[in-house]
Design a protein around this ligand. Structure first.
Ligand code: BGC
Length: 756
């Protein structure tokens, strides 16, 4: 199909070419193993003799048996992946699903199906901008994290996994859990915020939901791929203990809670070594210390060697077309033949892939394209996620929920007449019916900018039949202010588009939107700001606005979700999964490292804050954020009482009571933070747990939370163990990480050392 236009690979190829300062990125055909041409291909094993198909055997045993039945060339075919779209002058492998992320040929002779890979965390994405797959998009990962609701995260995963299966995919490249260390990171919207416990819990639920469809999920990007600027070349510097208590802890907890079939190693280097050839990351931490049994696939274009990558733990080269050559093609075959890569290592690479396929049901439940998708039901899953993740940041004088009697409502900006903004890059899910706005943003990948066709304006109009609800595009701030002056309430939609491969140039809203908000708020103090942003933004106009609703990228049902929250059909219950700073000067790196215009100069990012990420950094430095981690208002109020602690099976258990003291039903997210009073930690306190509870007015609920002992401990690199120091610890029951009225108790913990 010549009309398949995918500019994305070219963007990556360009970066790779610059990175390597190589003349061109050309893969020679000679680098590919010639499986098809294998002359002495053995005959197919009769179905009755395929012992590995016996479902009563363990996944390990089945993988072992299947591996034994393979030729060397068949083994090699499992470790080399192909792109699912054209890549520059290279045509897509015709066996791959069109516009898909990747393909790994199966071994039909043994009844082993091919792997069909799709991005990613928000739904089934497409790699090309023409005739893409149109599927349901969840709200951004950050929005899902903001729900703090495990069940919703699972439901979202189950929904997108079902669409993947119905579309013929059995591997989803979903499970992004890089910590939000850098609020300008262009991919924050794909991840789950700054706290390891919150991020891991939510992403693990998504992975469980995806894998409930017999589709392999992929935890990524391993590890410390925490900014996009210079992602192919940067060297992330962080100590082992600090990493194990922050970024690595998030990955470790995801593994424990959801057992993803695969892990994607990242583009960047970590302490000198490329993530996809880091013995430390892949062999030591992931496979040895954590006992991971699945397989490691590379990110697209993240492989730089054959021998080092294979021996240091990479199991599968993804989309070889993105790399300088097919490192796991003929080069690997030769490396095994001459002993540079042990045969046992190749066998283990294949074993891990096969084991994941048996373990997750990929072999026993083969996928097929063209399955039915219940788009209406899936839109409700997405909308529910979006509305529960919206965070009411400010609500002065109870301007929200909107009152039924309003006569005039003015809606301004962000194309709110037709749709809601989506983030760009490989995770973008093309909307059913196409983008509501076309022709804006970067012409090539990660653009153009896409809007899901769910109109906030129409959803607002439907809920205010007696009012005049008008839209102004907000381009001319003075004209927008004039239009807003006599309204009962004004809703300014403000947006910040972010995308993969580019970080936000600054934390300020782009395109003079700050000035627009100021002008409108001056003309009409009843100005409500609805934010559609990839992550935290600055709000110099906060004091002038009456209310602020953080709506993130709201996905397929976003317009409806926003209107339902604004009108109080849904009582807002989202809580921030990341700290919103007052200014960039409060960040560990006030200026982003690297040069977005020059990706050829290698540089380091010194994560000197160590494990003190987000609110921990703010606590440590005594900084007051604009809005703290965990913050979010409701249309009702909640009171807490009876905080108490006990120990059960060596684990700390905390309990308390939460009561809805307001007039309407609502959901609350009481949060528990722990802080040692004598022991040395990386920061004053850590999130130790939470619950999300729905309560009718006057209703109370007892809540009990078990604390993961690692959240009370420091990691000791020498002994590779966690250590709880004997002493007194303060437990806070709080509404956010900066709740001055938090209830607290003190308790004494005994010294304890444990692994892993
Ligand atoms: C991204 C991955 C994605 C892959 C395949 C890469 O550029 O970093 O997250 O899964 O492409 O599209």
């Amino acid at each position: 199909m010549n009309s398949e236009l995918n500019l994305r690979p070219l963007a990556i190829a360009l970066a790779a070419a610059l990175t390597l300062a190589a003349a061109t990125v050309i893969v020679v055909a000679a680098g590919l193993p010639a499986y098809a041409a294998e002359a002495a291909m053995p005959a197919a094993v009769p179905v009755a003799e395929r012992t590995w198909m016996d479902t009563s055997l363990s996944a390990d045993r089945r993988a072992e048996l299947a591996l034994k039945a393979m030729t060397q060339k068949e083994k090699l075919s499992w470790v080399l992946g192909w792109f699912g779209s054209d890549f520059g002058d290279k045509k897509r492998n015709p066996a791959a699903l069109p516009f898909s992320a990747g393909y790994i040929p199966g071994t039909p002779r043994l009844g082993l199906p091919a792997l069909f890979e799709t991005d990613a965390g928000l739904g089934v994405a497409s790699q090309a901008t023409k005739t893409p797959r149109e599927r349901t998009s969840l709200p951004s990962g950050l929005a899902t994290a903001a729900t703090w609701d495990r069940e919703l995260a699972y439901n979202g995963g189950a929904m997108i996994g079902a669409e993947a299966r119905a579309s013929g995919f059995n591997v989803m490249l979903a499970g992004g859990v890089n910590l939000l260390r850098e609020p300008r990171n262009g991919r924050n919207f794909e991840y789950a915020g700054e706290d390891p416990l919150l991020a891991a819990t939510m992403v693990a639920q998504q992975i469980k939901g995806i894998q409930s469809n017999h589709v392999i999920a992929t935890m990524k990007h391993f590890a410390v791929n925490d900014q996009e600027t210079g992602r192919f070349i940067l060297d992330a510097r962080i100590g082992d203990a600090e990493n194990r208590m922050s970024d690595l802890l998030a990955f470790q907890m995801v593994l424990e809670q959801s057992d993803p079939g695969s892990v994607m190693c990242a583009y960047n280097r970590l302490n000198g070594a490329y993530a996809c050839e880091s013995d430390y990351l892949l062999n030591q931490v992931l496979k040895k210390d954590w006992g991971y049994k699945g397989y490691v696939m590379s990110d697209w274009g993240a492989v730089h060697s054959t021998v080092a990558a294979a021996n240091n733990g990479l199991d599968q080269e993804s989309a070889w077309e993105f790399d300088k050559t097919a490192y796991f093609g003929v080069a690997l075959e030769e490396a095994v033949a001459n002993g540079h890569v042990p045969q046992a290592r190749l066998d283990n690479m294949v074993f891990r892939i096969l084991r994941a396929m048996f373990d997750k049901g990929v072999v026993d439940h083969p996928v097929a394209e063209g399955g039915a998708i219940d788009f209406a039901a899936h839109a409700v899953v997405s909308r529910t996620d979006a509305e529960e993740g919206m965070v009411l940041l400010k609500n002065a004088g109870g301007v929200l929920p909107l009152k039924a009697g309003a006569k005039k409502i003015v809606v301004i900006g962000a194309h709110a007449d037709v749709g809601v903004l989506a983030g760009g890059g490989s995770s973008l899910v093309y909307p059913v019916g196409g983008s509501a706005v076309t022709g804006i943003g970067p012409a090539s990948w990660p653009g153009p900018v896409v809007y899901h066709p769910s109109s906030p304006l129409k959803a607002i109009q439907a809920r205010a039949p007696g009012a005049s609800v008008v839209y102004h595009d907000g381009v001319d701030a003075a004209a927008a202010a004039r239009a807003a002056a006599d309204a009962d309430v004004v809703l300014v939609f403000a947006q910040q588009w972010t995308g993969e491969s580019v970080d936000a140039a600054s934390l300020s809203l782009p395109d003079n939107q700050d000035a627009l908000i100021v002008a409108v708020a001056k003309a009409n103090p009843k100005t409500v700001v609805v934010l559609e942003t990839g992550g935290p933004v600055l709000m110099p106009w906060l004091g002038q606005s009456a209310a602020v609703l953080q709506a993130w990228y709201a996905g397929t049902g976003g317009g409806e979700a926003i209107a339902r929250v604004l009108f109080g059909e849904v009582n807002p219950s989202g809580r921030l999964p990341a700290t919103f700073p007052v200014s960039a000067s409060q960040l560990p790196r006030p200026v982003l490292d690297g040069d977005p215009k020059d990706e050829s100069k290698r540089f380091t990012v010194d994560y000197h804050e160590g494990a003190a990420v987000g609110y921990k950094w703010f606590d440590l430095k005594g900084l007051k954020p604009l809005f703290p981690f965990g913050h979010g208002l409701s249309y009702t109020q909640f009171a807490y009482s009876g905080l108490a602690a006990s120990q059960k099976d060596g684990k700390l258990q905390l309990r308390f009571k939460v009561t809805n003291t307001g007039a309407v039903k609502g959901k609350d997210v009481p949060q528990l933070y722990v802080a040692p009073q004598g022991a040395k930690w990386e920061a004053p306190k850590r999130l130790a747990g939470w619950d999300k509870v729905e309560l009718a007015p006057g209703e109370s609920r007892e809540v009990s939370v078990t604390v993961d002992p690692r959240l009370l401990a420091m990691y000791d690199s020498g002994s590779k163990s966690w250590r709880i120091a004997k002493g007194s610890y303060k437990v806070q029951l709080a509404r956010s990480a900066a709740d001055a009225d938090a209830a607290s108790i003190n308790l004494t913990l005994e010294a304890r050392t444990f692994k892993p």
